[in-house]
Design a protein around this ligand. Sequence first.
Ligand code: ADP
Ligand code: ZN
Ligand code: ZN
Length: 823
Amino acid sequence: MQQYYAEVLLPLPLYSTFTYHIPDEMVGKIKVGYRVIVPFGRKKSYTAIVTAVSPIAPQGYEVKDITMMLDDYPIIRHPQLKLWEWISEYYLSAPGDVYKAAIPAGLKVESETFIELNNDFEENEENRLNEREIIVCQLLDHNGRMTPAEIEKKTGFKNVEAVVSHLLEREAIIISEKLVERYRSRKETYVKLTAIQGDNNAIHVAFEKVKGAKKQETTLLALIELSGFTQKATPLKEVSRQELLERSGTTPAIVKAMADKGIVEIYKKEINRFRYNGLVGGELPKLSEAQSKALDEIHRSFISHDISLLHGVTSSGKTEIYIHLISYILNQGNQALYLVPEIALTTQLTHRLQRVFGDKVIIYHSKFSDNERVDIWKKLLTSREPCVVIGARSSLFLPFSNLSLVIVDEEHESSYKQQDPAPRYNARDVATVLASMHGAKTLLGSATPSIETYFKATSGKYGFIELSERFDGVKLPEIEIIDMNLARRKRTTTGTFSERTRTLATEAISRGEQVIFFLNRRGYAPLARCKQCGWVPKCENCDVSLTYHRRYNQLICHYCGSTHPLPNICPACKDPGVDVLGYGTERVEDEVETTFPDVKIARMDLDTTRNKDGYENIIDDFSKRRSQILVGTQMVTKGLDFDGVSLVGVINADSLINFPDFRATERAFNMLEQVAGRAGRRQAQGIVTIQTTQPSHPILSFLKNHDYKGYYEDEIDERKRFNYPPFTRLIYIYLKHRDNDTLTELSVIYSNKLRELFGNRVFGPEEPMIGRIQSLYIRKIMLKIEVNASMKKVKAILRETFEQMHQNPRMKRLVIYYDVDPM
Ligand code: ADP
Ligand code: ZN
Ligand code: ZN
């Protein structure tokens, strides 16, 4: 019989696919896009995705059999595999890493290690267990089979592997691998009549059987009504037990009794958690003249360009234009994807879109549970219905069937770039690739486009549409730069606030208006220091000082998450005077509370938005004016729409302006212009105060005049002069190692090797601003490539170099990864 082999992709950071033999009984059934379970390594099993099937046997090694098929239909759709391939190729990351990022965890069955007691084991003289080992054995005796993680959690032991391996040596335990499916489908109970629709005789018999049992009779009537049994023209409706009980006011026992009599049948049915919410849409918003004109221009520009930029100032009404575009797409029966840079933004947007599109709106992001995400995935996989998906980065990977429009809102946002783990992709750029694979159009939107995008738009590569006035003619906010050095000399500051900011806030509050304070730092204070000797507590794993969080009364490392108590006594000089310095959002909130004791204040940062509804509650409260002052990090700068805000206070612009990176100016301008854009969106012109110790910094004068073009001209000159994007492409190569000296040596060897190949396109190695994270020292090598050079070739050379260098056994412990188009 002809033998067949499958190429499969494993969810591991490996650079190739693997070949497995297809057992006879699966031949003809397994196809591209199916999930299969395969053995890999000594004991493990993984969910792999079939990428090809072939009758050609691989030569030179023995192939293992596929263990199991998980699907009877492909769980991905064309062109998803092609998109994964593109990402792994372009961003120099392993295909397995892309697969891992793309598929919800619930679709990846994996084997897990389980530990259980060996009942034949007897403790004797030679076989004495120590205390920790005894504790573990007792635990296993009590609980039966457990995973190492569970044991760790229950015992609190740090290094449970050591204990386990000792126990294994003594044959006190047995270890096994078991497949674990994380996805749980939801089943619901349904009830139906055993009588066939139209069989009136059977119904009479049923009523005979419940005679005298009042509750059964009520239930029978309810079921007949709910299922539409008597309406012969329409098919029977399925009735859930829940629905039936609610209608009849009876209990499951009653229904069970009726089933025992053979009147009804109880059955279970798998339910997709993603349910259309039954919302019906409403009318499209009427566009202003400027908006209609922009909409027309977008339609026209799509004729000649696959990608277009909508540059519209803050609050110009870009969202309403998107809504019109989406409506056009849905009416054609197609699908649209609406990408936002931050989950926080989905909340407001969902409401705005649902008002128009009802239950055609689907939301997808990482705060959904695994099960919910799988259900949304399956929904899209099995239907071709028109819909609009609102989502963050990961929604790019959904199985769209007929995508015809992708909107990337706030396209300049650096949070579109995934930093860690691999693949380090930019969702905005991948979105354009996804769109082109579907033959769809991409609309990039922003009030402060990225330098690269604006360059492409003004040089004709992208279509370009401008909207330069706010909706309803509201003026852009007035910007006041406040010199904090001067204010401090005059002693007019209180805490972190200048007198001017405080006065404006007091006035706004007394008029019943709202205020936003922005600071790009979370926690209470970014630094602790001994007053006596200047000692500063630092993280032991990373080269950073620790941030003090008052809520937990702990010093926390923002890079590795480790926590430490704030010492009462300085460990260096034994003086009891360790102080905290500087401001984070927690401290600003505190100060605001003291200044405005009767005002309701909310704070939005990473610490207050950890759970799924975190954002929703804060944003909802502020929108409905249940809170009057909002303190927050960059989360408050992005496209949120609040109509009562008349003042935005930027607490400290210095740290934004002074970042040592070629994108610092761009990032600072965008962030400040965006946060300013939250002011005065509806009624009169708003005010923005920017507190800084560098009031004459050029970027601030561009901001003052809302002069995007001026800033752009300045910045693009700079980029050209120093050969930065968009005039070159950058690849950062990161090298990490536990030992600093070894790293210094190896990174020089590596960069010299690259210099042989790329000449003066190679810069570094240099130590990045934070030179050590999680106990690994870091070096960065920068590669600047001409825009017209073949990136394919560059990447092939990089891969080859990597292979060669890894021949050197010392390189084995070196961690290397790439950041293509770094942000
Ligand atoms: P942008 O995304 O450009 O910052 P938005 O789309 O959020 O601006 O619009 C700003 C405000 O103006 C919103 O509150 C929005 O509801 C309102 N708005 C914009 N266009 C219209 C319209 N055509 N009809 C009614 N309200 C509109
Ligand atoms: Zn000290
Ligand atoms: Zn740390």
